[in-house]
Every structure is written in structure tokens, then in C-alpha cells.
Design a binder for this molecule. Structure first.
Ligand code: HEC
Ligand code: HEC
Ligand code: HEC
Ligand code: HEC
Length: 427
């Protein structure tokens, strides 16, 4: 990820350091030093009040550009996201995904994420077909407002909605039309968390509106989550939830069906929220997404404000020195530790991804040869669906393991052992 050079990271607010509780990952990848710094409270305990947007009619969006004059610092750093412009095409770097996603749009084109200001460009540029307007859910505030006005917007036509896009991304997602206040405008997140919503800081909820796993409801086409509380927000319960859903014809829910094997597959989507808040996360109770990806900056006139350039802590030296160095040492040590976790994660992703793709071929052959059928075939299909779920939960998580090394390993182990079980049916 490229770092924005024009943004000055000033004296970031001294984030108090607190002892990490029992949730600390056991595999010691870091030589973490407990600091002597005085500790009062963690920023994860931030109490910025969060409200949930009301549905209704007549909701309109004040665009980012319209806020530029009143909030120049936030606006300028927000626009600087355009400097984060690199894209990697995963179908080229990880060719086995064209087998795993065969029959689904992601097998044709799957670009890596880049700056928030590119969302609309990237949506229009993908080689994936879009039929419904629900694809705009995480791409423009204009759609967020339309869905608040009338939930039938999700089932609307994609091309018809294009002319309503006023804001590529936008401030409205996180603030509605009152910048600074934290508002959950994607109401499906509030529905999924229920009473637990209050226990998650707004600086994490605001990101969880989009950096999360979802599916489209088969009936209403509305963006929906596969959990109903923080307790059920884990890969096991979420899979069970998906496996209990049926489509409009009464079949087991599937995003697509693999033609060669008949496996009814589910696509996991960027579960940063679920992974970061999941069991084993070292910082779930100490930091928010914004603490590590936004931070505070001081403008030339001395005003401090929240930086709206979404950076990463490995590249943001000011943020790192202020909040992380006390425990993690020099930034180069930290970068090396992060890279080690990411390398380990991606190596296993590739190994298991390739093994899943190989098995896809073996299963297709066995079916063609009449070597497997009936109940056994149904069992193997289900095992393939489940194994791919656990692998995908890691593959599409954008930190490549560092948000939660423990959960990451657990998912990959699970994918591997389910695949072994599936293989035993073809022996
Ligand atoms: C109070 C001490 C402390 C502070 C401050 C702290 N960390 Fe940590 N961090 C830990 C501990 C302890 C672990 C778990 C280490 C382990 O499992 O080896 C950890 C783990 C991590 C991991 C997991 C990475 C991996 O590959 O295993 C990341 C990423 C991380 N911290 C980032 C940060 C960032 C970014 C900041 C600053 C915003 C920060 N930490 C501040 C103590 C701290
Ligand atoms: C309205 C939906 C939405 C919200 C809210 C949102 N994001 Fe994003 N984010 C995206 C999308 C979509 C992309 C990918 C953009 C692209 O590639 O065109 C992205 C990209 C990113 C990237 C860049 C990734 C890269 O590889 O360069 C970071 C970092 C990021 N988001 C962090 C955050 C954080 C932190 C928050 C909360 C403070 C947040 N996002 C809130 C939708 C959202
Ligand atoms: C992805 C979510 C997200 C988007 C989009 C977003 N903000 Fe923010 N904004 C935040 C977070 C998080 C904070 C910090 C809140 C806190 O810590 O209390 C914040 C704080 C602010 C504040 C309070 C002062 C400060 O700097 O801390 C203002 C004003 C603000 N944002 C304006 C804007 C404007 C204008 C836009 C659009 C150009 C925008 N925001 C877009 C997440 C967002
Ligand atoms: C303790 C610090 C910390 C917290 C909290 C945190 N992240 Fe991260 N995040 C990281 C680190 C470290 C990386 C990997 C950076 C790298 O690749 O060098 C990362 C990577 C990412 C990426 C990929 C960025 C890229 O350029 O490839 C996204 C997107 C992201 N995080 C979103 C989130 C969201 C959303 C949340 C909250 C649900 C969150 N993060 C919470 C530390 C954190």
C-alpha cells in the first residue's frame, strides 16, 4: 500500500497503554515489551455515542464536496485516499481461484482493494456482471440513503441506479449529515448485532458496515449478515447459519453452484470486522479500527483532527510511535513481524487453495466415472462447501492474518481437516 506523502502526521494523541488481558494470542510472534507508561484508559474504550440512522422518506445526502469548506482537514485527507491507487489482479497472482470460484463472477476478475475514493470506478471496471442495485451498498452514500428511504432499493436495477450516484463513497456512511457524530447508516449491521451494538465503539462499527461478511437475502435481495449477536459472530456459527438458509426454490442457499461437481458454494466477503473482533484477537478490546487506520493529525494552525486518509500502522510512523512502539519496539521490527505473519498466512492460503482446487478436479472426474454417487456424493459436496468457506474466510480478509493470527490459523486448520475428510471418500 502506498503511503500518502502530502499528509503530515503530527503529534497524535497519546494513546494510553493498558495491560492486555487474557485474550492474548499464545504463539509469541512478537517480542512484546510491557511499557512502564502510566495507563488510564484504552482508546478501545472510546465512548463516542453511536446512533442508528432512522429509516424514512426524504433522506438526502450532503456530499463530501459540499463539506469541503466547513471541514477542510477531514475533506483533504479524505480526498488523499486517491493516492492509494495500486491494484493487484488476484486471478493472475492466485490462478487456482479461477477453479474455486468457477461459475461465479470472481473467477473472471478479482482486483485487490485500494483507496475509498475509487470505489465507484472499480465497481464499473470489474469484469463481473452486475444485475442488481444492491452492489452499490458499500460504494456510495447515495445508495445508503436510497435504502434508508425504501428497502426495495436493494432489488432495483443496477444500471438504473447509476444516474443517482452523487458521491463516490461519501461522509454520510459514517456521519449521516452531521460530520463528527458517529451514525450507523447501514442498518443491517445494527440488525445483526442487536443489543450488542452498544458494546462496540463507533470507530469500529463505522468500518464494520462494509468490511464485513454478508449475503444478499434470496427473497428481498437486501444486504444481510449471517449472525445475530457478537456471540454468534464466528466462522463456525456463521457457517451453520448459512447452511440453514434456503433459496426461493427451497434448495440449500448458494451464491453459485459449481457445474462440474454440483457443490453449492458460498462466497465469503472481506470479514475484517468479524476477524478483528473474533476470539483470540490481541487488540479487540484495546484498539478500534480507526486507532490503527486513521489516527490523529495536527494541522499547520495547530488544530488536531482525525486523519481521514485510511493508512496502515506499518506505514504510518507518527501513529506507530505514539500508540504502538512502547510495546512493539522499532517500526522496522514491527514491519518484519507483520510480514512474517502475512507470509505464513499467504503460504498456507496458497497451499490449501491449490489442494481444494485439485480436489475439485478429482471429484468431477469421480462423478463422471460413476465412482461416487448418492449419499456419499452429497456428503462430499457439503464437505467441499464447508472447507472452502473456512479457507475463503482467511483468503479474503485483507490483513492476511495480522488482525487475529489465532483465528486465522484455526480457520486454515479447519479447511485442511475438512478437505482430508472429503478426500477419504474417494479412496
Ligand atoms: C500494551 C502493549 C501493546 C501495545 C501498546 C500495542 N500492542 Fe500490539 N500486541 C501486543 C501483544 C501482547 C500482542 C500479542 C503478541 C503475540 O501474540 O506474540 C500484540 C499483537 C499485535 C498484532 C498481531 C500481529 C502478529 O502478527 O502476531 C498486531 C498486528 C499488533 N499487535 C499491532 C499493534 C498496533 C498497530 C499497535 C498500535 C496502534 C499496537 N499493536 C499496540 C501488545 C501491544
Ligand atoms: C461504505 C463502505 C465502507 C466503509 C464504511 C469503510 N470502507 Fe474501507 N473500503 C471499502 C471498499 C469498497 C474498499 C476497496 C476500494 C477499492 O478497491 O476500490 C475499501 C478499502 C479500504 C482500505 C484500503 C485497502 C487497500 O488495500 O489499499 C482500507 C485501509 C480501509 N478500507 C479501511 C477502512 C476503515 C478503517 C474504515 C472505518 C473507519 C473503513 N474502511 C470504512 C468500503 C468501506
Ligand atoms: C469510514 C467512516 C468515515 C467516513 C466515510 C468519514 N469519517 Fe469523519 N470520522 C470518522 C471517525 C472514525 C472519526 C473519529 C471519531 C472519534 O474518534 O470520535 C471521524 C471524525 C470526524 C470529525 C470530528 C473531528 C475529528 O476530526 O475528529 C469530523 C468533522 C469529520 N469526521 C468529518 C468528516 C467528513 C467531512 C467526511 C467526508 C469528507 C468524513 N468525516 C468521512 C469516520 C469517518
Ligand atoms: C491493532 C491495530 C489494528 C486494528 C485495530 C485494525 N487493524 Fe486493520 N490492519 C492492521 C495491520 C498491521 C494491517 C497490515 C498492514 C500491512 O499489510 O502492512 C492491517 C490491514 C488492514 C487492511 C488491508 C490494508 C491494505 O492496504 O492491504 C484493511 C482493509 C484493514 N486492516 C481494515 C481494518 C478494519 C475494518 C478494522 C476494524 C474492524 C481493522 N482493520 C482493525 C492493524 C489493525
Amino acid at each position: 500500500m502506498k503511503q500518502n506523502s502530502s499528509v503530515k502526521y503530527g503529534a497524535a494523541a497519546a494513546i494510553a497503554v493498558i495491560a492486555i488481558g487474557t485474550a492474548i494470542a499464545s504463539g509469541k510472534l512478537f517480542d512484546v515489551v510491557e511499557p512502564e507508561t502510566d495507563s488510564s484508559s484504552a482508546s478501545g474504550g472510546k465512548t463516542t455515542e453511536v446512533t442508528v440512522a432512522k429509516t424514512g422518506t426524504g433522506i438526502t445526502v450532503t456530499t463530501a464536496e459540499q463539506w469541503a469548506e466547513q471541514y477542510p482537514n477531514q475533506y483533504e485527507t479524505y480526498m488523499a485516499n486517491s493516492e492509494n491507487d495500486e491494484v493487484v489482479e488476484y486471478t493472475e497472482t492466485n490462478p487456482y481461484i479461477t477453479t474455486l470460484y468457477e461459475g461465479y463472477g470472481f473467477a473472471k476478475s478479482y482486483g485487490s482493494a485500494r483507496g475509498h475514493t475509487y470505489v465507484i470506478d472499480d465497481l464499473y471496471a470489474t469484469g463481473r456482471p452486475h444485475k442488481l442495485a444492491n452492489c452499490f451498498t458499500c460504494k456510495t452514500s447515495s445508495f445508503t440513503a436510497a435504502a434508508l428511504n425504501d428497502a426495495s432499493a436493494y432489488a432495483g436495477n443496477f444500471d438504473d441506479f447509476k444516474s443517482s450516484v452523487e458521491d463516490p463513497f461519501g461522509c454520510f456512511h459514517c456521519h449521516e449529515n452531521t460530520p463528527g457524530e458517529m451514525v450507523v447508516t447501514h442498518t443491517y449491521l445494527a440488525d445483526a448485532l442487536g443489543d450488542d451494538l452498544e458494546s462496540v465503539p463507533g470507530q469500529t462499527l463505522s468500518c464494520g458496515q462494509c468490511h464485513s461478511e454478508y449475503y444478499f437475502d434470496p427473497e428481498t435481495k437486501a444486504t444481510s449478515f449471517d449472525y445475530t449477536s457478537l456471540d454468534t459472530m464466528n466462522p463456525d456459527d456463521m457457517l451453520e447459519y448459512m447452511n440453514s438458509l434456503t433459496d426461493t426454490e427451497g434448495n440449500l442457499f448458494a451464491d453459485w453452484v459449481d457445474e462440474d461437481t454440483g457443490v453449492r458454494k458460498i462466497k465469503v466477503q472481506h470479514p475484517e470486522f468479524e476477524t478483528f473482533l473474533g476470539e483470540g484477537s490481541p487488540h479487540a478490546s484495546t484498539f478500534t479500527c480507526a486507532d490503527c487506520h486513521m489516527g490523529e493529525t495536527t494541522a499547520d494552525d495547530g488544530t488536531t483532527y482525525t486523519n481521514h486518509y485510511w493508512s496502515v500502522p506499518t506505514q504510518n510512523e507518527e501513529l506507530y510511535e505514539a500508540s504502538c512502539a512502547a510495546c512493539h519496539g522499532s517500526i522496522s521490527d514491527f514491519q518484519a513481524a507483520v510480514k512474517a505473519t502475512q507470509d505464513e498466512t499467504t503460504a498456507r492460503e496458497d497451499e490449501i487453495g491449490q489442494a481444494l482446487a485439485d480436489f475439485d478436479g478429482e471429484l468431477a472426474q469421480a462423478i463422471a466415472d460413476g465412482k461416487i454417487e448418492g449419499e456419499d456424493l452429497e456428503t462430499v459436496r457439503m464437505l467441499c462447501r464447508n472447507a472452502q468457506w473456512y479457507w475463503d474466510f482467511v483468503f479474503v480478509e485483507n490483513s492476511e492474518g495480522v488482525h487475529n493470527p489465532t483465528l486465522t490459523k484455526k480457520c486454515l486448520d479447519q479447511a485442511e481437516s475438512i478437505l482430508e475428510e472429503a478426500k477419504s471418500y474417494l479412496k
